[in-house]
Design a protein around this ligand. Sequence first.
Ligand code: ATP
Ligand code: MG
Length: 281
Amino acid sequence: MNNAMRATLEVADRIGPDADAPVADKAVATGALLVAERMTRRFGGLVANQDVCISLERGKLHALLGPNGAGKSTCINMLSGDLPPSEGTIRFMGRDITALSAAQRSQVGIGRSYQRTNIFPQFTVLENVRLAAQSRRQQPWRIFSRAMQQQWALQKARACIEEAGLGKRVDWTAGVLSHGEQRQLEIAMVLATDAQVLLLDEPLAGMGSDESAKMVEVLKRLRQTRAILLVEHDMDAVFAVADVITVMVNGQVLESGPPEQIKASVAVQQAYLGSEDSFHV
Ligand SMILES: Nc1ncnc2c1ncn2[C@@H]1O[C@H](COP(=O)(O)OP(=O)(O)OP(=O)(O)O)[C@@H](O)[C@H]1O
Ligand SMILES: [Mg+2]
């Protein structure tokens, strides 16, 4: 059994048995971890997402593109549990999780970062990530002594900080990190929750080219063992890392497929005409 299969079975164990799907078998066979079917979200008369279907597989980075207001954050909010869909179904490893809250989804292995940075600036990098590690799996803590809990959480935090490329900043106060490093810290915090699916809303926003390149390297590493959904306006970065790209316009999926297909799509190019982003790849 390889590492990806082992991780999948561990997650299946976490979300528990489900009557309507052979969870682990199906997920191991297809690699699909998170699948949304016909997701719709209305805000009064506005349809922010309409019949959106999206599938996230372990080992793949799925980029979500679209002009401002296309519905990308709304899509992520529904997948993470921050926003209930008006219609549609979301499955994690075959199990219907549409009714689960954001906290419950975090517990089963769905992690997200926000469009705005979300850290404790007065705490160190290590403290931020340790708190994130301790935020999940409340029950098993009871069998450990306090010292063992702290030891475990610190070890876990250090490993996640390393994985997010922040190894040299462990003891720095989070508030003094550069903007790019703060985004890396957020990723480390998501990793510390044992997330198998990473939902990342514009993690490269506001970064310089060096910082972006660093983050792209981190994302390439992370997707090897997890499923990633990346919302991003930076086309160069998207085409450098994406295995699959979905383009949304006006709340609907315009096109979805491998980068070459999206690059050649006349419909996609037309959708970007007059938008703030230029589709230049
Ligand atoms: N809580 C809300 N209440 C009302 N309308 C909303 C809400 N959230 C989003 N919308 C609307 O839904 C549409 C999609 O917004 P969304 O934030 O998902 O777009 P986006 O693709 O993430 O845009 P951006 O690239 O600017 O981040 C927009 O018209 C937005 O104004
Ligand atoms: Mg957005």
